[in-house]
Structure formats: C-alpha cells, structure tokens
Design a protein around this ligand. Structure first.
Ligand SMILES: [Zn+2]
Length: 323
C-alpha cells in the first residue's frame, strides 16, 4: 500500500491531480519553486483548479514539508504524464531569486531526508542519476523547455542520488552491506553459481541477484551459448543435451550441478534423444556404440551418420575422445 511521508508538516490537497496514479512509484522528480514560497503559500498556489499544476510535496527554505498530492495520486508537475505517473514530485523553495536559484541548507537537507524516506517506503533500493529520463532521479527540464530546477539544484543532482543511495544501504556497488542488496563477487563467478543452481529460477533468481541480475544473466546466457551454434539470446536446451550426451557435463550430481536450473529440461531432451529407455546412463550406451564405430560396425562418413541418426554427434564425440 502506498503511504505518505511522516516528514510532512502541512497538508493542503490540490484538485490538480489524477487519482490514483497508474504506475508504481519508481522515480523522484525535483523541481524548484522559482520563488521563496513557504509550504503554505505553495499550497495556496496549487489550490485553484484553474492553476492546472501541483506537486506531491514542497519544501520551504525553513526545511518544512508540505503535501499537496498524496503519493497514491499523480501530480501535475513535470509536463509529462509518463513521468508523473511514476514519480513522486518535490518542489523546493529558492532562497535566492534568479542567478543560480540557490536553495537553503535546511531545504537541501530535508530534500535528502525526504528522498530517502520515499525510496524506503516504496521499495526503491537506490536513487540513480543518469542525466536522462531513464534514471530514477529526474528533473522537469528533461520534459519541457524550462530551466527548472535551476543551476544550483541541477548541479547537485548526482550528489543527491549518491547521498540518498548511500543512506539506503549502498546498493550501488558490488558490496553486501545491506540485508537485501545484491550478492558480491565477479560477474563470471556469479554466473557460474547461477548455472550451478544456487540462485534458483525466474523471480527467485531475480530477487536473489537484485541489482546485478541483468549483468549476471547476460553472462549466464553467454556462457551457455559458447560452443553452441545458436546466436539467439536464450538457452539452447538441444545443444546442451547434445553436450551432455557428449560427456561435457559429467554424470549424476556433477551433471545436475553443472546444468543447474536447466537440468530438468536438458535431461528430458537427453532422454528423448537417447530413446528414453531409462537406466542411470540414460538409455543408449554411447560408450559401447563408440567402440562399435571404432571397430568399423557403422562404416564411415554419411553411412555412419545415417545409421547413428540422432546419436551421431554424441557417439562421434565419444569416438574422438577414445581415439
Ligand atoms: Zn518544475
């Protein structure tokens, strides 16, 4: 359930909003008031429907916080429905009119505190500044021809993101300081642990890997495709099954560990390829067939290929091993 900040000192709900927002909260957008407004005055500005503007919160130069649109609702702040449905928007008062549009230390410190609070309550593990709309920290000027939030705040957005993320427990790096942060280790190391089954599948894997999911998953796919002929970015079960048959994944528990989350699918395909007659060696006796091939029972070239059928690759691989 979406909640509102306990840091709020004054509430005056504006009619200028969409209720409820149509996206979960994943962003914070910083604005400046272009004036030194108290939170009450800012509430007056957003009160008439003719104004057609609002924000979720406002921060005065004294560090007090006003709420004008509840977090569950979309404010009309950033000239972008796309952004405002995702963002909690914050207006910050200026203690300098014009120039750099400076804000007071009290306002800045409360902005940091409010951002940390918003992230915590809404499951945002970090605040990311990319300078673009893809970051979780955004600004008005990204969506409209405006100077908002002014040079002073703009110049401190990267610092704001860093500071807030650090206070959230530092999910930005490969460290494991927070309880719910991503695991440590190199990408290659984590990928191998994924393949070994340590992190489970689907959503469980995603949750376990946290911020590192994308990079680790990409490496997993890369590893599993090495030696495969496919260029598609998905696990090639068929190729893995042939590799199993060729002995590349060992047997029993070693095979299970090496195939990790793909074990069931690959083993099923192995059984299919081998005719699934059961037995711990998986049906056809590749080793015996390989020895028969070496004896000459299956001929050469195309004839050998035809007679071995779907087992050809596996048997030939074993033949090559034995020779
Ligand atoms: Zn603005």
């Amino acid at each position: 359930m979406m909640s509102n900040s306990p840091l709020v000192n004054y509430t005056r709900i504006s009619p200028n909003r969409n209720s409820p927002r149509n996206q979960p909260i994943s962003k914070i957008t910083v604005h400046h008031m272009a004036g030194n407004l108290s939170v009450e005055t800012c509430g007056n500005v957003f009160a008439p429907s003719s104004r057609q503007a609002s924000s979720n919160y406002g921060i005065g130069s004294d560090g007090r916080v006003g709420m004008y649109v509840e977090e569950k609702d979309r404010s009309w702040a950033s000239s972008s429905a796309w952004n405002d449905h995702r963002a909690v928007t914050i207006e910050v008062a200026n203690d300098q009119i014009g120039g750099n549009w400076h804000v007071s230390d009290a306002a800045w410190n409360k902005l940091v505190e409010l951002c940390v609070d918003i992230c915590r309550r809404n499951g945002m593990k970090s605040l990311v500044w990319t300078g673009g709309t893809d970051g979780s920290l955004t600004c008005h000027y990204m969506y409209a021809s405006t100077n908002c939030p002014g040079p002073y705040l703009k110049g401190r957005m990267a610092e704001l993101a860093r500071t807030v993320t650090a206070r959230l427990g530092g999910a930005s790096g490969p460290s494991t300081s927070g309880g719910s942060s991503a695991p440590s280790g190199s990408v290659a190391d984590l990928a191998n642990r994924v393949i070994a089954g340590e992190f489970g599948n689907g959503d469980a894997r995603k949750a376990a890997l946290g911020d590192r999911f994308a990079e680790v998953q990409a490496e997993v796919i890369r590893i599993l495709n090495v030696g495969g002929s496919t260029s598609s970015p998905s696990v090639d079960i068929d190729q893995m099954a042939r590799d199993v048959i060729a002995g590349k994944y060992g047997n029993g528990d070693a095979r299970k560990k090496a195939l990790g989350s793909n074990y069931a699918a690959v083993q099923a395909r192995v059984n299919e390829l081998l005719g699934a007659s059961g037995g711990s060696s998986g049906g056809a006796d590749i080793d015996a067939l390989a020895r028969a091939v070496i004896r000459g029972d299956y001929g050469n070239g195309e004839e050998r290929k035809r007679r071995l059928g779907s087992l050809y690759d596996a048997v030939q691989a074993r033949v090559n091993q034995l020779l």
